[in-house]
Design a binder for this molecule. Structure first.
Ligand SMILES: Cc1cc2nc3c(=O)[nH]c(=O)nc-3n(C[C@H](O)[C@H](O)[C@H](O)COP(=O)(O)OP(=O)(O)OC[C@H]3O[C@@H](n4cnc5c(N)ncnc54)[C@H](O)[C@@H]3O)c2cc1C
Length: 549
């Protein structure tokens, strides 16, 4: 927070002063409650907070940063009393889905980053209870300090993203508990009405609260995911035990026509195969965008990437049209070997260049790393770092691939990455697709055609976190500084969302860019949500609009 004195209300620039009539008294009341340093209205801060990785028109009226549940309650009461809309963010790194930009045309941001305590931790029952400002990196470092055998599930997103923000959006990651929102205990929620509730067993004085999601009676936690019906001020997150033994594996699919049959095999493995295994596939554009920026020179300045340049890049990086990877988490070396045999048997003949790395091979490789590097130049330690217990994303070390947001930028990637401030263009379109080869092939065909027609590269990951649907994570990457690209990228996203929805492939998650992009419900859902909004947020102040236009 800046220590500079906030400007007086009547000195606010006109575009902020013309917020709701209650803005000036609300700002005064928030300053009384939190202290002037925690109610920001400097134009530069508001402009930064209103900037996402795609064009937005929403205005930020103020950034209000409470440090406790009591202050959150006070902030909501002030917002309700003065009719000033609020938009809650935990760390605000929702890059590619709208960042910190509010869903309302003009709103104050309720920035929860100061609430960053790990309030409970139990190694034996494998959980932590955290506040919204706790980041993936912070929790990882905490577990390392505790010499914990537990691991969290990490994402490809920012290491300083919030666990709670990501879970409330039902983000997905690597390895066990990849559907993170399914692995939570009680949540503490402040409602815009000023009421405080706890989900599951949390409403009772019982040690069960962190240990069960459902508790007894209607299960309320889901009501506060992807909704903004309340501000989540604490959440228990379950952690997985690090496996006694594990394998990573890698393969390629050089002939894309083999993909549908492989998808059917992966579905069978996901349903029946080793229980703790993870399977993902990235296309060539996705892999290459994590390894380098757009090859402007080789492409002669042209976009989208010419086929000949793509072929060169595939060769340079050893990348195929589709590249599979995964991990098998086992409870002993014996189980590990048997489970590996199952996966190998299923994939053999369907994929190219299938390779497994086990804990044993990684250990041996590390022992031989120096002489091998000296003799052959091959850095085997690097090739097996996914088995480094302290640094492997498969074992909960956050890393992410945020650099890929800079794919189309002409300037080099800065050491400290901030895609919002750096003008990176990122828009995600993340449909769920039935887990069959023919459906996945149809979704890929749509994405390739629509994105190509708009002059971008189809950057696609297929993440198999359930046995029934594949999450297709499709990125439209562009340069916000390039004239016309902001508009073209949003048009592309809209066209893609519509084309996928026509086939029934609906997104698992919405960003600001996709609000209003869902087909109309075929039942009374909209009425129910309107009734819930009236009951929970009668003044309609808390982030309405993103999921329920
Ligand atoms: C290159 C790249 C790769 C990425 N990879 C992944 C990935 O693998 N998996 C993934 O899931 N995401 C990924 N992301 C998207 C995104 O960056 C992450 O999901 C990130 O964790 C979200 O930001 P956050 O955790 O700070 O959440 P926030 O921005 O704080 O919150 C997200 C939203 O949740 C709601 N919210 C937040 N906190 C609260 C609260 N306390 N109470 C009520 N509502 C609240 C708000 O609507 C808010 O806008 C990626 C992004 C990029 C650019």
């Amino acid at each position: 927070m800046s220590n500079t004195e906030p400007p007086a209300i009547d000195e606010l620039p006109a575009r902020h002063a013309d917020g709701p009539p209650g803005l000036a008294p609300a700002l005064a009341a928030w300053r009384d409650l939190l202290g002037a340093n925690y109610v920001r209205t400097e134009p530069s801060a508001l402009q930064a907070a209103a900037t996402a990785t795609f064009a937005t028109s929403q205005r930020v009226l103020a950034i209000v940063a409470p440090a406790s549940r009591a202050e959150v309650l006070g902030c909501l009461a002030i917002a309700s009393a003065h009719g000033v809309p609020l938009y809650p963010v935990s760390r605000g790194r929702n890059w590619g889905y709208g960042s910190r930009v509010p869903s309302q045309p003009a709103a104050a941001i309720l920035d929860l980053a100061r609430m960053n305590r790990i309030v409970d931790y139990d190694e034996r029952l494998a959980y932590v209870t955290v506040e919204p400002g706790v980041t993936f990196q912070q929790l990882h470092d905490f577990l390392a300090r505790e010499r914990s055998e537990l691991m969290l599930n990490v994402t490809g997103g920012p290491v300083d993203g919030s666990l709670i923000g990501n879970i409330l959006e039902r983000g997905i990651g690597l390895g066990p508990h990849a559907e993170r929102a399914q692995h939570i205990g009680a949540c503490e929620v402040v409602l815009p009405t000023g009421e405080l509730i706890h989900t599951g067993y949390g409403r009772f004085d019982t040690p069960l609260a962190p240990l069960s999601g459902a508790g007894v009676g209607p299960q309320l936690a889901g009501l506060f995911q992807q909704s903004s019906y309340g501000v989540v001020t604490q959440m228990t997150v379950w952690l997985a035990r690090k496996p006694a033994y594990f394998h990573t594996f890698y393969y390629q699919v050089r002939r894309p026509e083999r993909l549908p049959a492989l998808i059917d095999t992966l579905q069978e493995l996901r349903l029946a195969g080793p229980p703790g295994a993870h399977y993902s596939l990235w296309n060539d554009y996705k892999v290459i965008s994590t390894l380098q920026q757009y090859p402007w020179e080789a492409a002669g300045g042209r976009t989208p990437l010419p086929d000949a340049t793509l072929a060169q890049l595939r060769q340079r990086w050893g990348v195929a049209p589709w590249n599979g990877y995964g991990a098998i988490y086992s409870c002993s070396a014996r189980h590990g070997r048997a489970e590996r045999a199952l996966v190998a048997q299923a994939l053999r003949g369907q994929v190219d260049d299938l390779r497994f790395v086990s804990d044993t091979t990684a250990w041996a490789a590390r022992a031989l790393a120096r002489p091998l590097l000296w003799l052959t130049g091959y850095d085997i330690a690097r090739a097996t770092r996914s088995h480094d217990r302290a640094a492997s994303p498969w074992l909960g070390a956050p890393g992410g691939n945020v650099a890929s947001a800079y794919w189309r930028k002409r300037a080099p990637i800065p050491a400290s990455m901030d895609p919002d401030a750096d003008g990176c263009g990122v828009i995600w379109c993340s449909p769920c697709v039935p887990f069959t080869g023919s459906h996945v092939a149809a979704a890929i065909e749509i994405a390739t055609r629509v994105i190509g027609a708009h002059g971008f590269e189809p950057n696609i990951a297929l993440v198999c976190v359930t046995p029934r649907v594949v999450h297709a994570i499709i990125a439209i990457l562009f340069d916000r500084a390039a004239p016309g690209e902001d508009e073209r990228a949003l048009e592309c996203h809209g066209a893609l969302l519509r084309a996928l929805a026509e086939r029934g492939y609906l997104p698992y998650r919405l960003g600001l860019q996709s609000a209003g992009g869902l087909p109309p419900p075929t039942d009374d859902d909209a009425r129910l949500h309107a009734a819930l909004r009236r009951a929970l947020d009668p003044n309609n102040i808390l982030g309405p609009g993103k999921y329920s236009p």
